[in-house]
Structure formats: structure tokens, C-alpha cells
Design a protein around this ligand. Sequence first.
Ligand SMILES: [Ca+2]
Ligand SMILES: [Ca+2]
Length: 234
Amino acid sequence: MMRQLILATAVSMFAGAGAAQAPNLGGAMLHILIEQDGDGLVLEYETPVSGPIELFLYPGEMYNGAASVLDETYYSGRYGWLANGFFNLPAGSGVFVENLGTTAGLSVYDAFSYAPILGTDGSSDIWQWSGQMTHNWYSATEPGVYSASYRVYVGNATTQEPLAGWEAAEIMLEWFVPFDCVADVNGDGMLSPTDFTAWINAYNNSDPECDQNGDGSCTPTDFTAWISNYNAGC
Ligand SMILES: [Ca+2]
Ligand SMILES: [Ca+2]
């Protein structure tokens, strides 16, 4: 009974806190299993991943505290590092992830602190994995295809230098933000005068495509916005 009361209080406090909330993973978890194999590491997807996964923007959502770095971005927390089996590493060592190359425009934030990591905003290209399941955040602000190549190795916990004689493993993760052309109202992949007719139709029916300025409603100002979007091109 007490537990239920506490829970109810917590929920109402959260609801009273306003719009801020926790970010969304964006879909099912996709784990990259890290396994020790003798003097080396092996990486493997827990479930097969074919091709880039989508980064999502959640219009109007604002996130709590440090998580606000994800506000108004396309992001995903689906990829996570996860231990597979037991580790027996030398004393004073740890497992590190090193950024070998990340597409410009892709930002990476720590799963828990939301601090920029792995080269984002001038941060170190090396990040230490705690050994726990860790879903870092990957975000972008523009449509496109993004990738990050990582080397995972056993290193000295102080200097982060790879331990001699230990074999590292590499993996490339991929994401995408779909190219979304709002002025292409009839969705045929081209901008043409027929989109004008389509916009009029969308306006008359208050279809979602009517909203050209992205304010969530269909009003006459969206006509000016459509012209502007049309002239801007796709
Ligand atoms: Ca069109
Ligand atoms: Ca609008």
C-alpha cells in the first residue's frame, strides 16, 4: 500500500513538472555484444541489423536537464553495448571504444550523463565502457545517412593505451534521417505546379500536408509557407 502511494505521488509530481521528459529509445534495443575471447575482444550483433536505422524527431518534446541536448534533433538510443559472458581482464585495465571516423553532423552523447563523447563537440575520441548495458545517444539535425566506425579494445585504465598483445575488434554503426520534402504535397518525389493544387486540396480538407510552417495547424499562413518551401526547393 505504501509503495503504491509513493508511486502515485511520484507520478503526479512528474506530471506537474511540465513538458520535460526522458528521451525515447526510438524502437527495439539493438545490442552490440562484447565478448572476451582469450587475449582479444569479439563484437557481434545480438539481433541482425541490416542497413542504417532511422533517427527520429519528436515534435514539441523537450527533455529533462542534460538530456536537452537531444531537443529538436533526430536521434536514437537503440544501439547499446552489452557484455556477453564473463570478462577476466588484467588488473588496472578496462574496455575502451575509440572513434575511427564519424560522419560530420552526427553527435554522440553518453547514455547516462548526456555529455558529448567519441569526438562530438571536441570530446575525446576514446570512451571507456563501464561493462554495463549502455545505450549512448546518436543524433543529427539534417536528413542524410550517418555512420560511426569504432575500435573496441582492452587498454590501460589510466593511460587508455591499448594493452600489448591484445586483439581489438571493429564495428561500423549506421543511421539515417529520411529526406522529407514538405513542399512536395502530393508526395510524388518532385516539386511541380501540381503540388500547388495538392496544397489547396490539403488546405480545404485540413490534411496534415497542409501544415507547411510546422506549427501543427492548418491556417492561411501555410500558403505563404508553401511558396517559401517550394522556392527553397528540395
Ligand atoms: Ca510533387
Ligand atoms: Ca501551419
